[in-house]
Design a protein around this ligand. Structure first.
Ligand code: TQI
Ligand code: ZN
Ligand code: ZN
Length: 169
């Protein structure tokens, strides 16, 4: 079953059209940005929320970036595997990915893929769930279930994820 953060924080009724920005220093490729577009659209498809990319880092509601090691928020990353990413509860809007992972986009995953490879969209969909206010779920196979096998892809919202997000929005 889905959970929320303590106090059930969520984005206010007055701010359901959320903007997101990528950390300018990361200089991300369109391939990477498109993975986030796809991940956001999975959540907007089942809620009244909308997500729009902006080039203004300062003004964005949601701020996405890749960082390595200690990056100044008290939650240092740990190199290969272990922690892959983290996101903070509403209305922080911060979504950080560990730059030391072997990130792949789904089409790259084959039998020959390194065992340490992590599918970017799978992690993005999960972390966006946290950004929007979902905690972890006890339902195996849900997006918000707290484990994912490496070198695997899980991007479709389960009914448990949908019920959880629709209770918030
Ligand atoms: N990062 C943890 C996670 O996102 C960080 C975390 C632990 C956390 N407890 C939390 C974030 C409570 C918010 C609230 O769950 S992780 C998975 C999964 C991670 C884990 O790097 O371990 C995914 C990132 F679910 F597969 F285990 C993405 Cl998909
Ligand atoms: Zn961080
Ligand atoms: Zn999580």
């Amino acid at each position: 079953h889905y959970t929320f953060f303590p106090g059930k924080p969520r984005w206010p009724q007055s701010n359901r059209d959320l903007t997101y920005a990528f950390q300018p220093e990361n200089q991300l490729t369109d391939v990477v940005k498109n993975v986030f577009t796809a991940a956001f659209s999975r959540w907007s498809a089942v809620t009244a929320l909308t997500f729009t990319q902006t080039d203004s880092w300062a003004d964005a509601d949601l701020k996405i970036g890749f960082f390595e090691g200690d990056h100044g928020d008290g939650e240092p990353f740990d190199g290969l595997l272990g922690t892959l990413a983290h996101a903070f509860s509403p209305t922080s809007g911060r979504l950080h990915l560990d730059a030391d992972e072997n990130w792949v986009v789904s089409s790259d995953i084959t039998e020959a893929t390194e065992t340490s490879a992590v599918d970017l969209e799978s992690v993005a969909v999960h972390e966006i769930g946290h950004l929007l206010g979902l905690g972890h779920s006890s339902v195996e196979g849900s997006i918000m279930y707290p484990t994912i096998p490496s070198r695997s892809r899980k991007v479709e919202l389960a009914s448990d994820d949908i019920l959880g997000i629709q209770e918030l929005y």
